[in-house]
Design a protein around this ligand. Structure first.
Ligand SMILES: Cc1ncc(COP(=O)(O)O)c(C=O)c1O
Length: 388
């Protein structure tokens, strides 16, 4: 065989900016250096025991071994609507306004296939979780990047979007609390998004993966709590970070019924729903005592404090985030993001260079506090010893 040429959509993928860092990580590891990985946004804490028990019980029931319903079990969708009412004061119809997802990434990745045709525009924040842009590309669309910069508190400047771009745009992706900048958005911002989306007939996809990971009593709002939001958008949610369930693959999308219906149609032709035992564990997570969420917040807020003060002592400029387990930190002058990440790696500390999330991320690096306090302190000692 001569070899099969890859499809254009793969050729159009943006360059993988972590290649150099990955190579260096391998090289440093091969020298036997102890690595402290602050690069990945994957909780190191275990899934709470009551959720695991619900899964093991449900896994033994043959009724759960068959194909699940495409859009989610009735009980799961019901539990989602109860949770939304309780947590955000948002009313949802469990039959028409909820769809289960195999993790929120899956839903985000499939959404453009339902609403983006070749040549259509999606408004995509930058820096950002890469899936918004890549899913747009896979659907044949074009991303218009909305820079998230500190001057605008890492919120997109809607007035800076050219009129002709807004007119062509069909979808807007947003994500608050934000990965990678850790910025938060209030209802007043979401009101402006609803107005903009209504005026330009744009479907808003708000990625709300981190709403439950917030500190000092702060409770991030749902986009759907803004008046009229359900007319223009949907929200993606995940059990991954809230309940330390990244490996379980369960999330959901809620909101505008036509948008949910479009996403559901793509999904019903691609996958066959979420394993019912995992949905039953998800119901347990959403319905039962939320003390485990409080415990998770406690752990990350202590780690955040350790890391913020340690990095400030080391001379770095950063804000203490109100939410997410990320810190978004300015690179000192004289280094690019990649150069700094490379220098850290030589000391066995892995961080993510900001430009990997998009050009406006150059000049920053991201730390995820997904390691125990002792390891964070060790990382800080190593960084201080570098005397940058
Ligand atoms: C902003 C954001 N959205 C979505 C996801 C995906 O989460 P899930 O595990 O639900 O697919 C992540 C994971 O890191 C994320 O950072």
């Amino acid at each position: 065989m001569k070899g099969i040429e890859k499809a254009q959509r793969l050729k159009k993928l943006p360059p993988y900016l972590f290649k150099e860092i990955d190579r260096k990580k391998e090289e440093v590891m091969s020298r036997g250096v102890d690595i402290i990985d602050l690069g990945v946004g994957d909780p190191d804490l275990p899934t709470p025991a009551h959720i695991i028990k619900a899964l093991t019980r449900a896994a033994e029931d043959p009724a759960n071994h068959r194909y699940p319903s495409y859009s989610g079990m009735h009980d799961f969708k019901y539990a989602v609507t109860e949770w939304y009412r309780e947590r955000f004061g948002v009313e949802l119809d469990p039959h028409m306004e909820v769809v289960s997802l195999i993790g929120s990434k899956e839903g985000i990745a499939h959404f453009p296939l339902a609403f983006i045709d070749p040549g259509d525009v999606a408004l995509v924040p930058s820096p950002a979780y890469p899936v918004y842009h890549i899913a747009t590309l896979f659907a044949g669309g074009e991303s218009y990047f909305m820079p998230l910069i500190s001057l605008n508190e890492f919120l997109p400047d809607l007035d800076a979007i050219p009129a002709e771009t807004a007119a062509r745009a069909k979808v807007m992706f947003l994500n608050y609390p934000n990965n990678p900048t850790a910025a938060v958005a209030d209802l007043e911002f979401f009101d402006r998004i609803v107005e903009f989306a209504g005026r330009h007939n744009i479907a808003v996809c708000h990625d709300a993966a981190y709403t439950e990971m917030a500190f000092d009593g702060y409770r991030p709002p749902s986009f759907l709590a803004a008046a009229g939001a359900k007319e223009v958008g949907i929200e993606f949610h995940s059990l991954s970070k809230t309940y330390n369930m990244t490996g379980w693959r369960i999330g959901f999308a809620v909101g505008n019924r036509d948008l949910i219906d479009g996403l559901g149609t793509i999904k019903s032709n691609v996958d066959s729903g979420v394993f019912q035992a995992v949905q039953i564990a998800g119901i347990e997570a959403l319905r039962k005592d939320q003390a485990c969420v409080g415990d998770m917040i406690e752990v990350y807020s202590r780690r955040r404090d350790v890391m913020v003060s340690g990095l400030r002592e080391a001379g770095f400029e950063l804000e203490a985030p109100k939410a997410t387990f990320y810190l978004w930190i300015k690179v000192p002058t004289g280094f690019t993001s990649t150069e700094l990440a490379s220098r850290f790696l030589e000391q066995g500390v892995v961080v993510t260079p900001g430009n990997g999330f998009g050009d406006p991320g150059e000049g920053y690096f991201r730390v995820a506090v997904t390691q125990k306090k002792e390891r964070l302190l060790e990382a800080i000692d190593r960084i201080k010893a570098m005397k940058l």
